[in-house]
Design a protein around this ligand. Structure first.
Ligand code: SAH
Length: 468
């Protein structure tokens, strides 16, 4: 970032502009929205500028700029649209200590004026460091369309009401009140006229003051396999609103970024707690924060209901008398199968699919190996890296065809995704020799579709990576 966006207080400050043509007009239209004292130097100013001067909106001096004319100016615009003159006036302003902008000359300017969406006092500045003015204009047009024109009025009335709203306890109750105002009561009131807004605010505040402090709530949220775009809209919303986020080791940083800055983020997968945080500690943490009235998001990788020890947490939350709900997520088997272009079920091949865990609390997990060894069976093995040799042995013992395809997808949906294509006969030592560091899902009975199958290790297609 070469240009740092700030909002400059222009009230009572001088802003000087040299020029009297189209470029000067365009800049002045923006500058006249501010509370600055604007002075224009031009021996030959446009009629509009003269009219503004007569209306005392700016001061017009009918001559070219001279040294000393920009003394005490905060900003200076060189807008004569003539390179030599712009250079001369910029040098004067520079010597007088003003920050200089030369219209259409990014390289010699000290600041740039962003594209502005104006819902005063809500102002959105868009900048591309001069790289793509077209893009800035497109973003501006998009925002202009999305933001209701009444937003500025709501914000101005809201600003004057801030002191009164301080009667609400700090934190969630205050946030709930303002959210209600800006997204519900405010827009409704303004639809029936600006005079309806103030009474609506008073009623809203009375309602919120009477409300019991909001009860704690726990959302068990599936965060999907890692790609933030694979979050559900409900997951996104729950994260947005969370006071406390309690998350596992596999949750990607991009997803954690989505939480509010003030939210308390608790990592329960960290080494610091030992190899992993004991389940009882996690249960206790969820209950502790919920009981304090927090909106808790318990963020689990993939789908919270798949190999997530969800029931133990629900039991603890229920025992503590807290409300809860589950937000489903995309389980890693779904993401992994998509990445190899296959289906989990297929007519004529398999009418059921099993989700297995490689190990459980007692060690390697036992399954119906005989059924799994049948031709055409498809199984998705979670947590199957260490148990690969065990699984291979059991399947072969129950007569599986050794040539049955086995595909391992590491870091499904993430930039580091890797695909390992092998067979039951060779899955070990292939898997242990591959040096897999990330979470990996193993499919028994599925190979990557078509051409991909011939390549043993396939990095994610470049195009797909860029698309994310
Ligand atoms: N609830 C999760 C599973 C938790 S168990 C879900 O629905 O996906 C953890 C296991 O999930 C890992 O050992 C790995 O087998 C699998 N897993 C999680 N994220 C993965 C990813 N991005 N790519 C491949 N496997 C993943």
């Amino acid at each position: 970032m070469n240009h740092f966006p700030i909002f400059l207080n222009t009230s009572g400050r001088r802003i000087v502009l040299s020029g009297g043509g189209d470029a000067a007009l365009a800049k002045l239209r923006l500058l006249l929205k501010t509370t600055a004292n604007v002075t224009v130097f031009s021996p030959d100013a446009d009629d509009q500028i003269k009219a503004w001067a007569e209306a005392r909106k700016l001061t017009l001096i009918n001559r070219a700029m001279e040294p000393g004319d920009t003394l005490c100016a905060a900003l200076f615009y060189a807008a004569d649209e003539e390179a030599t003159e712009d250079k001369r006036t910029a040098a004067i302003a520079h010597a007088d200590g003003a920050l200089v902008n030369i219209v259409d000359n990014l390289a010699d300017s000290q600041f740039i004026t962003p594209a502005i969406v104006d819902r005063d006092p809500v102002t959105i500045a868009i900048g591309t460091e001069g790289a793509a003015p077209v893009l800035a204009r497109a973003i501006k047009a998009d925002l202009e369309e999305k933001l209701p024109t009444g937003l500025g009025t709501l914000a101005a009335i809201g600003k004057a009401f801030r002191k009164a709203a301080d009667a609400l306890p700090f934190g969630r109750p205050r946030r709930d009140f303002w959210r209600d105002y800006y997204f519900n009561a405010g827009p409704k009131a303004i639809a029936s006229g600006i005079e309806a807004v103030q009474p609506a605010l008073d009623t809203l505040l009375a309602d919120h003051l009477m409300k019991d402090t909001r009860k704690g709530h726990v959302a068990f949220v599936g965060a999907g396999p890692g790609d933030p775009e694979l979050l559900t809209l409900k997951a996104r919303k729950a994260i947005d609103e969370a006071d406390v986020v309690i998350y596992d080791r596999l949750i990607s940083p991009e997803i954690l970024e989505l939480a509010r800055r003030e939210a308390t983020m608790i990592d329960v997968g960290k080494e610091a707690f030992g190899p992993s945080t004991p389940q009882e500690t996690i249960n206790a943490l969820i209950v502790e924060h919920g009981a304090k009235g927090a909106q808790v998001v318990r963020l689990k990788s993939g789908d919270a209901t798949v190999f997530g020890r969800l029931d133990e947490e629900i039991d603890a939350v229920t025992a503590a008398g807290l409300d809860w709900h589950i937000v489903p997520g995309i389980t890693s088997a779904s993401a992994a199968v998509a990445s190899i272009g296959q289906s989990l079920t297929k007519r004529g091949r398999n009418t059921s699919v099993r989700f297995l865990t490689g190990h459980d609390m007692k060690g390697f997990a036992d399954h119906d190996w005989r059924a799994l060894a049948n031709p055409g069976e498809v199984a998705a093995v979670y947590m199957g890296k260490k148990s690969a040799r065990f699984i291979q042995g059991r399947l072969l013992m129950h007569g599986i065809d050794p040539a049955t395809p086995v595909t391992v997808i590491e870091d499904a949906s993430r930039a580091e995704q890797r695909v390992l294509s092998t067979t039951v006969a060779e899955m070990e030592p292939t898997i242990s020799q591959a040096g897999l560091n990330g979470p990996a899902l193993t499919f028994i009975g599925l190979a990557p579709r078509s051409a991909m199958a011939a390549i043993p290790e396939i990095p994610m297609p470049v195009q797909a990576q860029e698309a994310r």
